[in-house]
Design a protein around this ligand. Sequence first.
Ligand SMILES: C[S@@+](CC[C@H](N)C(=O)[O-])C[C@H]1O[C@@H](n2cnc3c(N)ncnc32)[C@H](O)[C@@H]1O
Length: 275
Amino acid sequence: MASFTETDISATAVAVAHFRALESSRDDALFHDEFAALFVDASGLPVSDIGLSDVTSNRVYLSVAVRTHWLDAGVVDAVAAGCRQVVLLGAGLDARAARLGVRARFFEIDLPNVLAFKRSVMDERGGEYVDVAADLTAADWPARLIEAGFDPSQPTVWIAEGILIYFDSATNDRIITAVSELSAAGSRLLCGHFGAGSLTEAQTKEMTQRTSSAGYGFRSWITDPKTWLAERDWDVTATTIKAHGATLGRELPYEETPGREIAWLVAAERRSECA
Ligand SMILES: C[S@@+](CC[C@H](N)C(=O)[O-])C[C@H]1O[C@@H](n2cnc3c(N)ncnc32)[C@H](O)[C@@H]1O
């Protein structure tokens, strides 16, 4: 049934689902994603062996579990604060539309093969969301989002999870500029990104090698989330996956220091009306 291969960047969505399925099977799970294992099974991809060492594989698993927990809470909070639209940039096999039970319209942007595969699994089980087949590196994705029914005059929560790291900084700047232009006052932006510490840290280097040999790669990081977003009129707060994991009793297996963060979790709120 899978319409993508191991060497396709879209397969990263299945790897993330694999780690969400693992977390969901724990007695002390941080969340329950009943769809994750269904996606993995239907994909037929051998994701339990993703070509990383045990330490790095465990670190990716922990990172996905901790960031999913942080983002779940961020989406619930944003919807309670009045954001009635959720846009997932590189939605992959994220099942929040079905599992969070929030009153909001979900728009899921991804490549056509991923969206078709996801529908084939979700359609049997419900799950209300709008597909937006688009390439985020192209200029026309905002127009496709609006064509799909997105209303830029309404507050929105944007999710960029496990996606910006695959694009270079100039591409991310274009994406964030477009997001800013489409964001009414009160909109939220929730995203994960690598920090400057990821450049030299051993496990990230191992992952970089793995992703490069798979045909895609890690292409960017940010040193300071506030500088990155403040000039576009966002109020920014930031933590890291390691710091959020510590609040949950999940210890990430690496060290980080201020200025050399490994993986950011960035939450921003739009101050003014969109242009
Ligand atoms: C690591 S997965 C993350 C998926 C999801 N955000 C999650 O956390 O479960 C990256 C996703 O980005 C999508 N993607 C990669 N490049 C893209 C592009 N140029 N335009 C749209 N989606 C893209 C992939 O197809 C994949 O579904």
